[in-house]
Design a protein around this ligand. Structure first.
Ligand code: NCD
Length: 307
């Protein structure tokens, strides 16, 4: 693959091969990681990030890449330089991979049309549109726990309409033909266009028979006018994952959260830190999944230029 913009560019076989490679990296001692020295990766994050940015940085360093990061607030873009010209500059310096997070939906897709041929783009989250590496590490965590995509039921709870995590996860579930995906939240937060799965405003109905209960952060920064109908107390009352509500799902259901968490809002500490939680496994797996994705991108480019 030339760029990694969203998961719907992958086939089910591609996804499973990346998961297998990522699980393989997890079992390898550090000194056995392949080294792609000479490859330069640049991170450009227009939005705050803790785990995604560090995870990409670590993944790249594990593979022997040279890692640069640019703070957009301090870049020449603030002097009016067009992103397209900046991309030419990066490519001229030998940057091969650009990992970008951007507040606008579709920003990476648009940039991929204008970027120089030698530059490969990796989407680290764009607006409310996509967060493909998150969806990949989430599915990896489910498969690692012996769940079979076609047979499993995922219950996704929260602001589905405004979440890029929810958009990419729906697309990935469609690619993998996942058994069942329940999208759960108050009416105002349910998607206008469902990509995959079915919606319900009843947490109890949605969690029934679920193998995975994944809840999303209540994102105050993405509240819009139609969210007025959803206040925090009402959300917590009806949708929080607590030890009581978790009991609606299968007894051994995995608890997941992409982070960052608002403890005591969408999830209780008892559950987040409990035996069913895989939240820190998601973080750990993120590094290996990003290694697998970066390696695939590097191999694609090597083949184009060498063979
Ligand atoms: C998410 C994001 O930024 O899209 N976090 C993450 O990358 N793990 C979700 C969020 O911010 O709530």
């Amino acid at each position: 693959m030339k760029h990694f913009l969203d998961v719907d560019q992958l086939s089910s076989a591609n996804v499973l091969a990346l998961v297998e490679r990522a699980l393989g990296f997890k079992n390898l001692p550090h000194h056995d990681y392949p080294k792609y020295s000479g490859v330069v990766l640049l991170q450009v994050f227009y939005e705050n990030s803790t785990r995604t940015q560090l995870s990409f940085e670590l993944a790249a360093k594990n593979l022997g890449l040279t890692v640069l990061s640019l703070d957009p607030k301090r870049s020449s873009e603030s002097k009016g330089e067009a992103m397209q010209d900046m991309c030419q500059t990066f490519a001229a310096m030998g940057v091969q991979l650009m990992v970008m997070r951007h507040p606008e939906d579709g920003a990476l897709q648009a940039l991929s049309q204008a970027a120089p041929d030698a530059l490969q783009l990796v989407n680290a989250g764009d607006g409310m549109y996509a967060h493909p590496t998150q969806a990949m590490l989430d599915i990896m965590t489910m498969i690692e726990n012996k769940l079979v995509p076609r047979d499993m039921k995922i219950a996704l709870v929260g602001n589905i309409r405004h979440s890029r995590v929810a958009q990419s996860l729906q697309r990935l579930c469609r690619v993998l033909d996942v058994g069942e995906l329940a999208l759960i939240g108050p009416e105002a937060w349910l998607p206008k266009n469902i990509i995959y799965g079915h919606t319900t405003s009843s947490l109890q109905d949605g969690l029934k028979n679920a193998d995975v209960v994944m809840t999303l952060r209540v994102q105050h920064e993405r509240f819009s006018k139609d969210d007025d109908v959803c206040d925090l107390a009402m959300y917590r009352e009806n949708y929080a994952i607590t030890s009581n509500t978790l009991a609606y799902a299968k007894p051994d259901a995995l608890v997941m959260h992409p982070g960052p968490m608002n403890r005591g809002v969408e999830i209780d500490s008892e559950v987040a830190d409990g035996p069913q939680s895989r939240i820190l496994k998601q973080v750990q797996n993120g590094v290996f999944m990003r290694m697998a994705i970066l390696e695939r991108l590097i191999q694609y480019q090597n083949l184009r230029y060498d063979g």
